[in-house]
Design a binder for this molecule. Sequence first.
Ligand SMILES: [Zn+2]
Length: 110
Amino acid sequence: MNTKAGISCNCGQRIVTKDVIQKGQYPRIFGPNFIYVKFRCSRCKRMGEKFIEQDKWDEAYLREIPSEFGGDEKKNFDRLGPITIDEVIDFHSSLGAFNFSDLDPNLEKS
Ligand SMILES: [Zn+2]
């Protein structure tokens, strides 16, 4: 069995959640249970299936940066880091005049 993290098609394409057709447990009376994954490769379009020992299974095997939130967009978010209070204040300021102390009394103390 392939010991490297993740599931791969025979063609070498990595299998991710969107390629999975069916996933389930395959219980055995003796020995470890298995996780059964049936997939359709996104590259060669062939069907395949894998059995992985439940002990060794990790949902992360199927995880990959989803296409709708991947690549540059993801990198941009990483670079921006967490939102700072200055950014929040800037945002509120951009909304126009308002009384900041009415919004959250605790902010006055900081
Ligand atoms: Zn393939």
